[in-house]
Each structure stands twice: as C-alpha cells, then as structure tokens.
Design a protein around this ligand. Structure first.
Ligand code: CDP
Ligand code: MG
Length: 750
C-alpha cells in the first residue's frame, strides 16, 4: 500500500493549479466525478459555449444529493396541512432530537451555554421549546439579536411557525420600532434594546428566561449585557439565562459565567470546496459580479450568497448583475437577485426566504448579517470578497469611523460554511490563499475594543454603575477608551467633574441616540428650535440614503437635490428642507418622485421623528421652532457636535481642530464648491464646519456637514475650547485661502 493514498490526486491538483488562476484547497473527493473548472476572473465569458457546458454538468450532478432533496420535498408535499408541513420542517432541524435534554438542562442549571452551528435552530426553536416547556407561564421569554433585521425576520418566522399574528404572542422590539403587545410571551429584540430595558426594569422582572443569542458576535451591546445579566442572575435565582453561540470555542463564555455547563448540539455540515484567486483582485465588486456570472453559467443548480459590506455596494452590484443579465433571457437561467442589509424595508425581507422556483437561481447579496444571524436555505455557493464594514475608534484622537476591513479567518470560515448546510457546496474567495494565511487575523476583535463607548458609559452611569474600570467585562475595553468616553460626556455636560450623572445627562439617557445627538436635541431647547432639530436628528438617524440618484438620471437628480441646499446652507439644513417640503406636500409620494427623494427613507424619518418628539415631550422639552433661524439651528447642532469640528486648509482639505487630522468634504456634500477647470474653487469653501460622521475609504471624508462660526464654539463648549486657541487657529487659517481674508477678518470681528 502506498503511504499517501491521495498522492496521485494531490499531484494532479497541483498540476491543475499551475494551469489555472485558482488555488483549490479542502477538496476531499476531487478524484470522483466532480468536474474541475478553471476559475478565471478575466472577463472572457463565452455564453454560448458555457451554455453547452452547463448542460453537461447538470447530467453529471444528478446524484444522491438531488434524490435526497426530492424525497424531502415529497414528504413535505405529502403532509396534509400547512401546520403539518411546519411540524415536519421543525422536526428536521438539528436541535430537534435534543429538545427534551435541553429542557432538562435548563431546568437543572440557571445558566447554560448552548453551542450549535448556524442554522441548527437555536434562535427559532429554543425559545419555542421553552414556551412549550412551560416557562412562559412565569414571565416572558426574551431573546436578543445583534442585528435588527435578524430580530424582525426571526420573530416573523416564529410567529408563522406558531400560527399567531406577529406582534401578539410573538413580537420584536428594535430601536424606533416596538412590535409587541400585552400578549407577547416570546420577545425577540436587539441587544441594544434589552440594554435600554434595564433602565426601566433593572431586574428584568417581567422575564422568566433571557437568551443572549449570537453571543459569538461579541457586539458592544452583547458584551455589556453579559456583565449585567451575570449580575442579576445572582439575585434572581428564578431567572434562566441562556447564552448561545455558533462557534465551538464556548469555553470562554462558560468560564466567564462561573463555569456554566456547555450544551453542545452536533452540527450537520456537508463538505465545502474552497477556491482562492491566484492573484489579488483590484476591484472586489467587479470580481464578485464575474464570479456570480461564472457560477450562474457553469455551475449546477443552487443559490448563491455574496458577502458585501453595505447597502451601497449591494445596490451597485445588483445593478451590475442586472446589466449583465439584460438580453440573456433565452440563453441563461432566470436570476433572482435578493438584497439583504440592516435597513432593508421589512416588506422586502421576506423575499429572501421564498423558495427558488425550479430552473431559476437566487443570488442573495448580503452584509455580514448572513454570516451567522440569518440562515437562508438552498445556498450552495458562497462568494466571499473578504471584507466587512467595522467600527474603528482611536481613543487618542477620539476619531471614530466605519471602515471597510478585511474579515478574520473565523469569519471567512463561517461564511464558507454557509455553502454546506443542506448539501455539498463551494466557496469562492476573492482573495489569495497567501493573504488568508498571512494577512488575515484569526478572530475578529470584539467591538468593545474598537468603538466609542460614550453611549454605553452614559447608559451604565444611568443604571447606577459608577466604577466602570472595575465593571465585569469579558474583555475589558482599553482604559484609554473608557477615559475618553468619560471625558466626552463631561464636555457634553452629561457628567460633572466627579464623574456623576448630571440632570442633563439623565435627560440625555432617555434618548436611544448617540450622546452627541441626544445633546443636540436637548440644546435645541436653549435655541428654541426643537421642532427643526427633531427633524434633523430623525433624518440623520434613518440609516439609509435620503437622496435618490439613479446613474442614468444623475443630472436631473443633482439639480433637484441642489434646490434643497440653496444659498450654501449646508447639509443639515438641506435635510430639514427635504423633510419640511415633504411635510408641506402632505407627505406625498409623488412629491418624493419629483424631487428624487427615497420615499421609504422619508417614511422611516417620519416614524423616528414622531418617537423623538414623544421622548422630548417626556423630558419636557417645549416643541417650538423657527425654520428661518439658521444660526440657532446650527448652534444647536454644534452644541452636540463640537467634537466634530474641522477647519479649512489651503489645499481645500480640512483639519480637525482638537486632534489634528486631515479630513475632506464628502463628495455628496452640498457644500462642495463649483469647479473651475476641474479644480474646486477653494475661496467658496466654508472655513469652519461641523460634521455628523467620518467615513474612511480612500481618504477620511466628513459626511453631513454644516458651516459654523468659530466663536460659537467658545460659547457652546467653554470648557473644551478656549478663545485664544481658536483665535490662533483662525489667524493661521487667515494666511491661507486668498480672497477669503476679508471674510475671515469679519468673522473674528463679529
Ligand atoms: O439560530 P440558528 O442559526 O441555530 O438557526 P435558526 O435561525 O433558528 O434557523 C433554523 C431554520 O429556520 C433554518 O433552516 C432557517 O432557514 C429557518 N428560518 C427561516 O426559514 N426563516 C427565517 N426568517 C429564519 C429561519
Ligand atoms: Mg441564530
């Protein structure tokens, strides 16, 4: 016998690899009837030839897998009623055989760690088992999710399985949207919402069970919840606590929860072949489009899941795919494109779960949400560009931004695993095996260690937790980040110099908003523009784009949008003008179409605004306003965002004031000046600005910007800015933009 039974195959594969652009790893059965394809990124697809190929492949793939699938379908069809079908489906999930053991374990232990692979049924089944096991008699069964879409869609699924109306027995609660009632016994919610519930119910008295789900994601809020639930479990022995995770290294969770037992549910996973590109890809969206087309043309039936970093990328890719499919109706199978991202309107979310009709192929374009939070059946191919959008925070400069970052190996492997849930699958990684081995981190850094903690510190302070340095964090945040958060809250006036919550801070904590926005809302009272600021805060909280800018009508759209920012009033005022215009039209959909405004975003803005106004009334802010008092509106904004101040430099870029860093106007900002011979006219740029947020792509861009006067800063944040410092900066600035000198002199004289 030979020492290595696979030697021949390995040699053959090595030979193949030299010939093609692909490196292939992990294939166990390549020697069998599985055909090998060159996986080439050059855009040289020949559809006619490929069509023939696809025909051949289908024959080869008429295998056991497909027979199994057919049998399962036949069984489901034989089930008499809808309810029977649901029961059959539920009983096929990997957690099902462990139902009774699981209930017994929960009975015996107060805290239990549950580990099972994604799609095993943790999120949808375990709360139902607990309900069937009688736990809902003593209180609600809560289940947290790191992502809002997951909370909504999982709740909808469970309501369907239980045959009840969503919002009655089964409901969900996410920021700005409460879909629960007095009847609700199974409550899905974002981890951030449970954190807020602690403010009104510090012992979670209305719950009998709390399941902290997707614990492996280690979001900021989940990490803080760990500390809080661990604490209340001590004085509420009747409360059952479940911590569930999709990754197998649960020892850390167990250890943290005083060595709570781990309940492991064995997973079912089919093999997934992994392909890497041979050379790095310059444009991963473009490469992803080509990979999807390649799969669509060459590979047998099975849906495709593509991981992108956000809504914009998803929309861009959707458009590119549509273009590629145009006119190919007769040559290629139907392609059903399903986007899924955090702000996807709920009526479109259901679409991704609909079974793919025979002969068609579903292409799911998803953010990280599909990595573990959502399971979509039928996925056989994964396309992984290897990036996600992550918070990044520099405690030294207080600079916070969302950055497109390479994912960790753990993430990449979770992603690949999504291809092998119901049958063998393939994962196409749009990066090289070399970068996987050498450039990617093993694990994602927990969010708590790379984000601004202002919000969480304000919340913990409101819960009466003062000694944050000694709070029981699973992985403590850097001390510098905590100090910076305390300092920021002090500068905002939310904490006094002893680090205690002030009256202002207490009022700020009422709002489910970032402290900077909460402060802005409260400052609107002083400047008597609470109506307008409520609108601005709602508009910046929408999360999806307000402005609609289709490529083929970009000129019309830009013209329409320019109307809202007339007179260089800035982006915040433009948002206000959009909302007020829409309100004046009687919230008309037609008005949105005419002005190239996204109707859905506006509806959401209206919902958020209604809720903010409700909260403002609760903390007794008088709702008054004058839409023409632009300075008052901007001063209110600056009262919250004085941290985000930048000053113009001679080259047309900006420099942040306190901790110098170069930043730029985002191309979408209405403050971008007209251009002469392709160059911006620097004299027309505002000299001092506040910005809402920073986005890092090729450069650091400020997004949603308003011009301010530097002397406001002294008025607004006297303990943060001193007059002399600003005058010095102003003096230095004066030398710079020619022609702006006169204006600068006037500014200082004012
Ligand atoms: O939480 P875990 O990853 O263990 O699994 P789950 O989310 O409970 O999913 C169990 C099953 O429910 C999967 O087969 C999903 O496809 C299905 N499901 C669904 O059809 N629709 C949803 N909105 C959520 C789950
Ligand atoms: Mg889950």
């Amino acid at each position: 016998a030979r020492a290595n039974p696979h030697a021949e195959q390995e040699a053959w594969e090595a030979e193949q690899m030299k010939k093609t652009h692909v490196t292939k790893v992990g294939a166990q059965d390549a020697g069998a009837a599985v055909p090998q394809y060159d996986y080439i990124f050059e855009d040289t697809m020949d559809f006619v030839k490929a069509d023939m190929l696809a025909g051949n492949i289908e024959e080869l793939f008429e295998t056991a897998e497909q027979r199994r699938k057919k049998e399962a379908e036949a069984r489901a069809a034989a089930a008499k009623s809808e309810r029977e079908k649901i029961a059959v489906g539920r009983s096929q999930l990997p957690v099902y055989p462990y139902r009774d053991q699981l209930l017994k374990a929960v009975e015996e232990h107060q805290i239990l760690i549950i580990v099972a692979e994604t799609g095993a049924g943790k999120t949808t089944q375990v709360p139902q088992y607990l309900h069937e096991g009688g736990y809902s008699a003593a209180g609600k069964i809560g289940c947290t999710q790191p992502r809002r879409v997951a909370a909504m869609s999982v709740a909808a699924r469970v309501a369907y399985e239980m045959g009840v109306k969503l919002g009655n027995e089964v409901g969900y609660s996410i920021r700005f949207e409460d879909c629960t009632s007095d009847k609700t016994i199974l409550k899905y919610m974002t981890d951030g919402m449970l954190l807020r519930e602690f403010l009104s119910e510090p012992d979670l008295a209305s719950y009998s069970v709390m399941m902290i789900d997707e614990a492996h994601e280690r979001t900021l809020h989940t990490d803080v919840l760990f500390g809080l639930v661990k604490d209340i479990a001590r004085f509420r022995p009747d409360l059952k606590l479940l911590i569930s995770s999709a990754t197998l290294d649960a020892e850390k969770f167990s250890e943290y929860f005083d060595y709570a037992p781990i309940f492991k549910i064995p997973g079912r996973r089919y093999p997934v072949d992994i392909y890497f590109t041979k050379a790095p890809e310059a444009d991963y969206i473009d490469a992803a489009v080509q990979a999807v087309m390649r799969i669509h043309v060459l590979e047998p039936d099975g849906d495709v899941l593509v991981f992108l970093t956000g809504q914009e990328e998803i929309e861009a890719m959707e458009e590119m795919l549509r273009q590629r499919m145009r006119g190919k109706g007769t040559q290629l199978a139907e392609m059903i494109i399903c986007p899924i991202y955090a702000n996807l309107p709920s009526e479109l979310q259901a679409k991704i779960f609909e079974p793919t009709p025979p002969g068609a192929r579903k292409i799911v374009l998803a953010t990280n949400i599909a990595e573990t939070s959502l399971t979509i059946d039928g996925i056989k191919y994964v396309v992984d560009p290897g990036f996600s959008k992550q918070n990044s925070y520099n405690p030294r400069t207080g600079m916070e931004s969302l950055v497109v970052t390479p994912v960790s190996k753990a993430s990449a492997n979770q992603r690949a695993g999504r291809a092998g849930r119901t049958s063998a699958g393939k994962c196409f990684r749009l990066y090289t095996a070399h970068s996987y081995e050498n450039e990617m981190e093993d694990n994602t850094v927990p969010e708590i260690q790379r984000t601004n903690l202002g919000n969480v510190v304000l919340m913990l302070k409101s819960l009466g937790i003062h000694d944050l340095m000694n709070f029981d964090f699973m992985d403590p945040p850097p001390a510098e980040t905590l100090l910076r958060a305390l300092e920021q809250l002090y500068a905002l006036g939310a904490l006094n110099d002893k680090g205690e919550l002030t009256k202002l801070g207490r009022r700020m904590a009422e709002f489910p908003l970032d402290p900077l926005l909460a402060k802005t809302l409260l400052a609107s009272e002083t400047y008597k523009v609470s109506q307008q600021i409520a609108t601005v805060c709602a508009m910046v909280s929408v999360g999806s784009s307000i402005f609609y800018r289709p490529k083929d009508k970009a000129v019309y759209a830009d013209n329409a949008h320019r109307n809202f920012a007339r007179g260089g009033v800035g982006d915040h005022m433009a948002l206000l003008a959009v909302y007020d215009g829409w309100a004046e039209s009687g919230f008309s959909t037609q008005w949105c179409y005419e002005n190239y405004i996204q109707v859905r975003s506006m509806k959401r803005a209206r919902d958020i605004r209604d809720q903010l106004v409700g909260l403002m009334e609760r903390v007794e802010i008088e709702m008054v306003g004058d839409p023409t008092d632009i300075d008052a509106i901007k001063k209110a904004i600056a009262s919250g965002f004085f941290y985000h101040t930048a000053q113009l430099r001679k080259d047309g870029s900006y420099r942040t004031v306190k901790h110098p860093m170069t930043v730029n106007l985002h191309p979408s900002s209405s403050l971008n000046p007209p251009r002469r011979e392709g160059q911006p006219i620097i004299q027309a740029l505002p000299r001092w600005v506040v910005y809402h947020e920073l986005v890092l792509t090729s450069k650091a861009f400020m997004r949603t910007i308003s011009e301010i006067q530097p002397q406001w800063l002294v008025e607004i944040a006297p303990h943060y800015y001193d007059r002399k410092e600003l005058l010095d900066a102003e003096g230095a600035g004066k030398k710079v933009p020619k022609g702006a000198k006169a204006r600068a002199a006037m500014d200082v004289a004012e």
